[in-house]
Design a protein around this ligand. Sequence first.
Ligand SMILES: Cc1ncc(COP(=O)(O)O)c(C=O)c1O
Length: 317
Amino acid sequence: MGPKLGLNRLFFKVEGQNPTGSFKDRGMTVAVTRAVESGAKVLVCASTGNTSASLAAYASRAGLRSAVVLPSGKVAAGKLTQAVAHGARLVRVEDNFDRALQITSKAVAISKSLYLMNSINPYRIEGQKTVAFEIFEQLGNRVPDYVVLPVGNAGNISAVWKGFSDLKKLGATKTVPRLVGVQAEGASPMVEAYRQGRAPRPWTAPETVASAIRIGTPVSWKKAMAALRGSKGEALSVSDVEIVSARRSLSASEGIFVENASATPIAALGKLKGIPKAATVVCITTGHGLKEPIPEDWSDTSPPTAKDERELVRLLA
Ligand SMILES: Cc1ncc(COP(=O)(O)O)c(C=O)c1O
């Protein structure tokens, strides 16, 4: 895929390989450990899906109860299945993620037993930043020139920036990568704000096939803005058609199967101007494709049947 795009050093950091299939596990293991230490009983989050899967898994391992608040009707089937399998209590809000997070935060504020596990929890960011350390290590103790990643609530870009900034502070590197934050066109308040040099205005009706980043009010926008500015980065949006097509090409040409949100960096690559051929570019693919059904037009829903080996040869050769 790299050479086709004119990039000789294009890498994918495949976060779908984490235990529950998304980058969320990095932060969740730290945050759940801290929650156990603090004596928390019920761990809660609002979630577009992956946080709920991760929280439910780590809470079950820690012997704690978990509860997840989901926006109505927009959570990918695989993620919901994971939350159920790990025993989370599920609650729906007849609204979008932003509203779900708003009332979850308020519920935590008025309850003694609920403990908030969304990425505003600082331990989540501390865990999530380890992806920067791993990228550095896997590139032979060098930072890439660009890191391209999806942005929803903007916790991850904040964490990635913290990781690379920590490496610089520690003297491990003199440079930091440029961060490229990618949003879906129908849910791109950060892109709009960064380009216009102001705080994001809330998008009240975000809409995209990339359900994980269908977010109109990114809660960590200040940190994300600092990451984009500090890294001399860029914010880009991509259409739903571009997302689905990038998801498909990544599967077909690299053998990496991702969910829609995780295909946004790949969709953005073609739009990034002025990247030298020799630049080291890392796309973070944040979640596994098995979590989210593929569009019907990709799948061969009625494959031919074979009665015997002769027919099989005819069909396969
Ligand atoms: C697969 C996937 N990619 C990207 C994101 C965006 O991360 P953040 O909300 O930290 O910006 C999420 C968030 O849920 C996600 O699940």
